[in-house]
Design a protein around this ligand. Structure first.
Ligand code: JB2
Length: 210
């Protein structure tokens, strides 16, 4: 085994990532999961837990993707994998439309039907889930997650580790602080600080992030 992407995590997110990688022509070699029970996920073998990573690297596998939905855990595991010498690849579904002037970091997931417009920047290990729209000049931090069908107007900033639930909408120029969560369907019309939970239309702060 010396070709293909190693995946960290073998749950629901991994399934979508595996199919995105395959759709873009990348082979998927193996999964490591906290539960090392031998099994297959969409035909990809689970070969062990994270202790298996150095062995996979030594076998010649050098490309890796962290397919874990939890933002902080995903970043931690991604940095650990980089420390072991893996390169974090991006998983970009071929149906995504990404502006030539947009800049993506490493280990980024861009799912089916996404649009990312001009001069937007996306940090390492961020998830841009199915059907998301990010208009021009967006600034997405490290290890964020924009849930399915989110829509960000122009000039929106999303801080590191922020999570926007399914269908969140954000008006132009708004900043969402690091570690903040916006609940599903929320409409953000004002800046939100770091590490809060905001819900509703318009989104209002309901306390600290979960
Ligand atoms: O430290 C770890 C670790 N912790 C949990 N290392 C490795 N290698 N694997 C780990 N895991 C594994 O991640 C769990 O054993 C489990 O198999 C997997 C997480 O699967 P789950 O389906 O619970 O969540 P997910 O992260 O794949 O998906 C979540 O996030 C997505 C973005 C869900 O909320 C999805 O609905 C969502 N689309």
């Amino acid at each position: 085994m010396s070709a293909g992407v190693v995946i960290i995590g073998g749950g629901g997110h991994a399934k979508v990532v595996i199919e995105s990688l395959r759709a873009s022509g990348q082979a998927v070699a193996a999964i490591v999961d906290a539960d090392p029970t031998p099994r297959e996920v969409l035909g990809v073998p689970v070969v062990g837990d994270d202790l298996k990573l150095p062995e996979l690297k030594a076998q010649g596998l050098s490309q890796l993707f962290v397919a874990i939905g939890d933002n902080r855990l995903r970043e931690k595991l991604g940095r650990k994998a980089q420390g072991l010498g893996f390169v974090l690849v991006n998983a970009i579904h071929p149906s995504a439309v990404i502006s030539p002037s947009a800049k993506l970091g490493q280990g980024v997931a861009v799912m089916a039907g996404v649009a990312i417009n001009a001069d937007t920047e996306v940090g390492d290990l961020t998830i841009i889930n199915t059907g998301v729209v990010v208009d021009h000049d967006g600034r997405l931090g490290v290890a964020c997650h924009l849930g399915p069908a989110c829509a960000l107007a122009g000039g929106v900033t999303v801080g590191d580790h922020a999570f926007l639930g399914v269908g969140v909408r954000v008006i132009p120029g708004v900043t969402i602080g690091a570690d903040t969560t916006v609940g599903a369907g929320g409409v953000v019309v004002r800046d939100l600080p770091e590490a809060v939970l905001a819900i509703g239309v318009p989104a209002k702060i309901k306390g600290d992030r979960p």
